[in-house]
Design a binder for this molecule. Structure first.
Ligand code: DQQ
Length: 517
C-alpha cells in the first residue's frame, strides 16, 4: 500500500511495535475509549483537531463504507486500535445525526485469527441488500508465495473480498461470512494488488469494482457481476490506466496499482476516483451500461496534498458526499509518541460542473459550527499596496472565505501561528493569471469567473483544508512544538482594492476535550 511503511506488517511484527510503544499509546480493547492518562494528554494536545472526526486515540486511515441508515450517518474507517502507527487493520465506527457531531461506537470489524482476514480488515463499502446493511471489504492473510496478491516487494499477503451483514439497526454487531466471496483475482491479470471493493446495483445485477493493476501496464479497476452477492463472475477491467514508464518496488508509487476505486453516477456522467502515487485522481466520463465499460473524458487531482483514499456515499437528500483520509506529514516517531495519527476530512459535496469537471464544496451542515460572522472591512482608499491583517482565530479553529479580483497586481495570503511559523502561503503573480501557487504547488484558477478568485479555508489545530473556486482543494498539515494554544493569523499582502470580500468565523469544537464525541 502507499504511504504505509508498514504495509505488509505481520501480526507478530505489529505486536512487537505495539508493545514498545505501549507507554505512549492508547489501547482500545473493543470500544475506542482512550486510557485515562492518554485521554488527558490527548485532550491537551493543541495539534489535535477540534471539529474534524478522529478516533479518541491511536491510528486512523481510509474512510470505509459510509452509509445512511435509519436516520443516522454511519462512517467506518481503517483503525489500528493498539497504537498510533499503521497495522492490524480493524474497522472503527462513528455515528452522527448531522455529519458534524459524532458518537464513537465499538469496533465494527476485527481480524479473525487464522481466517481469511486474519492479518487485517482492509477498506471497502457498505450497501443495503434486501433491507440488510452489508459490508464488503478486503481481508488479508499471510499465505505461501504462490498465493500472494500484494506484490510490493515483501510478498506475504493474499487479498480476498469478504462480506459481513448487520445484526442490528445501530450497526453495532456484524456477522462475517467465514469464506471470501471473491477468493482469487482473475487469472488473466497478473495483479499488483487486489483490494478495496466498491459495490453498486444496476438493473441486471450487482456490480463490484476492485482496485488493481499490472506491472508495465498501469493501474486498473476490475469489474465483477453477481445476482446474489455470493457468487461473482469476473467480466473485464472497467477501465485501465496507461503505462507511464515509472518503476518502483511498491506499485502504488509507480501508478501500477490503483487503491480505493469509488465509482458512481454524478449528473449525466459517471465519476471514478482512485488513489495512486500518493494522490487522488478524479475522472468523469461515460459508463456504457450495455458493455459495462467506462470511458473517462476529463480528469484532475482531487486534492493536492495530505488527502488520500476517499470514499463517497449518497445522502438521503441525493447529495454525493465524500470523506477522505487526512494524513500526517510529520515523522512516524513523532505521531506514534503523540498517541494519535490521521483524521477524517470534512464532508465534501461533489457535483458536476457544466464543463463536465468535478466541483466540490464543504457540506452546509458544517455551518452550524460558525460563531458570529466577521466581515473584514476593506478600505479601498486608492491603490494602496498594503500588508493587511485580515483575521485571527483565537484557538486555531476557524473558517475564512475570501473573494478577490487581482487584476494586474500580485498578492500573498499568509496563514501563520502566533509563534511565527507560516502554516500556508498562497501567492498570485499577474504574469501567470491562470495560476495560484499554494506552498509551491500550482493550482489552476477558474477562467470562467471573470477574473474573480475564491479562497475558502477551514483551519483546525494542525490542518487547513483550502478550496479554490470550489474546483480544487489542498489539505495542508502544520506542526509546532509545545502544547501552548496558538492563535492563527491570516494576513494579506497586496493591493487592498483587489479584495472584494472577506468573511470569517470562529468554529466551535464538537467535543469539550478534543476526543471528538
Ligand atoms: N489502505 C487500506 C487498503 C487501501 C489502503 C489498508 C489505502 O485497503 O488500499 O489500510 O490507503
Amino acid at each position: 500500500m502507499s504511504h504505509n511503511k508498514r504495509s505488509t506488517i505481520t501480526r507478530r511484527d505489529f505486536l512487537v511495535t505495539a508493545s514498545s510503544l505501549a507507554a505512549t499509546c492508547v489501547f482500545i480493547p473493543s470500544a475506542p475509549c482512550a486510557a485515562t492518562k492518554a485521554r488527558f494528554e490527548l485532550a491537551h494536545d493543541s495539534l489535535r483537531p477540534q471539529y474534524h472526526l478522529l478516533p479518541p486515540g491511536s491510528w486512523m486511515n481510509d474512510p470505509n463504507g459510509p452509509i445512511w441508515w435509519k436516520g443516522k450517518y454511519h462512517l467506518f474507517y481503517q483503525l489500528n486500535p493498539h497504537a498510533a502507527v499503521w497495522g492490524d487493520m480493524h474497522w472503527g465506527h462513528a455515528v452522527s445525526a448531522d455529519m458534524v457531531h459524532w458518537k464513537h461506537e465499538p469496533v465494527a470489524l476485527a481480524p479473525t485469527p487464522g481466517g481469511p482476514d486474519g492479518e487485517g480488515c482492509f477498506s471497502g463499502s457498505a450497501v443495503v441488500i434486501n433491507g440488510v446493511p452489508t459490508l464488503i471489504y478486503t481481508g488479508v492473510q499471510n499465505v505461501p508465495p504462490d498465493q500472494v496478491t500484494i506484490h510490493d516487494g515483501t510478498e506475504r499477503l493474499r487479498e480476498v473480498q469478504m462480506l459481513a451483514t448487520a445484526e442490528d439497526d445501530m450497526l453495532l454487531r456484524w456477522k462475517k461470512l467465514s469464506e471470501p466471496v471473491v477468493a482469487t483475482p482473475p487469472p488473466s491479470v497478473k495483479v499488483t494488488g487486489f483490494r478495496d471493493p466498491c459495490l453498486w446495483k444496476e438493473e441486471d445485477g450487482w456490480y463490484l469494482a476492485v482496485g488493481s493493476g499490472e506491472r508495465g501496464k498501469g493501474g486498473c479497476v476490475l469489474l465483477y457481476r453477481s445476482q446474489d452477492l455470493l457468487h461473482w463472475e469476473y467480466l473485464h477491467p472497467l477501465v485501465w490506466g496507461k503505462p507511464n514508464g515509472k518503476r518502483a518496488v511498491n506499485p502504488c508509487e509507480s501508478g501500477e496499482m490503483w487503491e480505493c476505486p469509488d465509482f458512481f453516477q454524478l449528473g449525466d456522467r459517471h465519476c471514478l476516483l482512485y488513489s495512486t502515487e500518493g494522490q487522488v485522481i478524479w475522472t468523469t466520463g461515460h459508463y456504457d451500461r450495455k458493455t459495462h465499460l467506462y470511458t473517462p473524458e476529463q480528469q484532475g487531482l482531487l486534492d493536492c496534498d495530505a488527502y488520500y483514499a476517499p470514499k463517497s456515499f449518497l445522502a438521503p437528500d441525493g447529495r454525493r458526499v465524500l470523506w477522505g483520509w487526512i494524513q500526517e506529514r510529520r515523522p512516524e516517531a513523532e505521531y506514534a509518541a503523540a498517541g494519535w495519527a490521521g483524521m477524517m476530512s470534512l464532508p465534501r459535496v461533489l457535483t458536476l460542473g457544466q464543463d463536465g469537471r468535478l466541483r466540490m464544496s464543504v457540506a452546509e451542515e458544517v455551518r452550524q459550527l460558525r460563531g458570529p460572522e466577521r466581515q473584514t472591512q476593506i478600505r479601498h482608499n486608492g491603490n494602496l499596496s498594503a500588508a493587511l491583517s485580515l483575521v485571527e482565530f483565537a484557538s486555531c479553529c476557524g473558517e475564512l472565505k475570501l473573494n478577490t479580483r487581482p487584476a494586474s497586481n500580485s498578492f500573498e495570503l499568509q496563514f501563520s501561528i502566533s509563534s511565527g511559523t507560516t502554516c500556508l502561503l498562497v501567492k498570485y503573480d499577474p504574469a501567470k493569471p491562470k495560476e495560484i501557487i499554494v506552498d509551491g504547488q500550482s493550482l489552476t484558477v477558474d477562467s470562467e469567473n471573470g477574473g474573480e478568485i475564491q479562497l475558502h479555508a477551514f483551519v483546525d489545530g494542525s490542518v487547513i483544508e483550502l478550496f479554490l473556486d470550489n474546483r480544487q482543494a489542498i489539505t495542508k498539515r502544520f506542526y509546532y512544538t509545545g502544547n501552548a494554544q496558538q492563535k492563527l493569523r491570516v494576513a494579506w499582502q497586496g493591493d487592498e482594492s483587489d479584495l472584494i470580500s472577506c468573511f470569517s468565523w470562529e468554529l466551535s469544537p464538537i467535543s469539550a476535550d478534543r476526543l471528538t464525541r
